[in-house]
Design a protein around this ligand. Structure first.
Ligand code: SF4
Ligand code: SF4
Length: 74
């Protein structure tokens, strides 16, 4: 069953910016992210959403990413 969300925002991941530190995956409060299967040009697999309905659009991953690879389109 999908968790309810308070508002909708689209998570945009700029895959080529990602260096694979995994901060976003580790600190997401609802465990919404996982590594994708395809490596980027830096040789790391960037994160992706496990399920669109799980993200609560808290913005933590956007703020925590050191390489500005994630933004929320509100
Ligand atoms: S925090 Fe940023 S650089 Fe680190 S894995 Fe996530 S998207 Fe990639
Ligand atoms: S916006 Fe919040 S809930 Fe959604 S993936 Fe990022 S850290 Fe997780």
């Amino acid at each position: 069953m999908k968790k309810p969300t308070t508002f909708k925002a689209k998570l945009k991941i700029v895959e080529e910016f990602c260096k694979g530190c995994d901060y976003c995956i580790e600190f997401c409060p609802v465990d919404a992210l996982k590594r994708s299967e395809r490596p980027n040009l830096r040789g790391v697999c960037p994160p992706k959403l496990k399920d669109e309905g799980t993200c609560i659009a808290c913005g933590l991953c956007e703020r925590i990413c050191p390489d500005l690879a994630i933004c929320l389109e509100r």
